[in-house]
Design a protein around this ligand. Sequence first.
Ligand code: PDD
Length: 283
Amino acid sequence: MSRIAYVNGQYVPHQHACVHIEDRGYQFADGVYEVVPIVGGKLIDEKGHLDRLWRSMNELKMDAPMKRRPMQLVMAEVIRRNGIENGLIYMQVTRGVAPRDHPFPKNAQPALVMTAKRLSMEKAAQKAEKGVTVITVPDIRWQRCDIKSVSLLPNILAKQEAVEKGAYEAFQFDGEGNITEGSSTNAWIIDQDGTLITRPTSNSILAGITRAALIELLKEKGIKLELRSFTVDELRNAREVFLTSSSSYVQPVVQVDDKVIGNGKPGSVSLELRTIFKDYMDR
Ligand code: PDD
């Protein structure tokens, strides 16, 4: 089945999907996005992702390209036309096309693009069984990391450094030596006493939808969680480390920089939480 993209009102073959050279997303990174998991043909936490998309647009004083209900219909149609059973939908809203000038344009129509891609659940499961490695890097981002902006240069620099060092992800640390989050994931640890810890939401991190769903599942199961910042040192000396995101779900981490976590295999609690999250997605 050939891939189909949605671009400003039209469904077009993926290889011919284009936006204008004066789209403000292209020129200024003046846009926001969402990545929503699809499992068994179903969108996971669609409401949470749409709430966050609307929040991102509001924070940037950007008009929505359409109302919520029609957007949901487009999302469903993109999934249907691409025949996706398991994968991701990517949606991006920019302030639209206008002659290049820094202030907001007066009459631009916000632009909406959506694509979908397949993901292999088997490959994801294999990665979880093995665990991944992360590096730590200084967080050089701006003060509104709560907005899911397409302006991702610091994130891609961090991820590239991870890739060049043979790692899967880069966890960023702030000026106080506390971990903020990964370049495209939220960071979690389990300390030597077995306490689960993740950083509270603020302008310093993206309020991950996977993170929020997992916090609810922990409450349901009566598993204690401490919402607080943790240092690079605590990360390196943790009993278990894992990360969460819409594309990784719950992914155990087995090495941080040169420090092996536990016995170098995914921790039992991380694997249990992955199973709990998988069951939640299969509900
Ligand atoms: N990334 N932190 C950052 C900086 C992110 O970019 C993401 C998501 C997350 C996890 O959020 P969620 O659980 O809602 O996916 C945390 C997406 C997957 C991406 O950029 O591809």
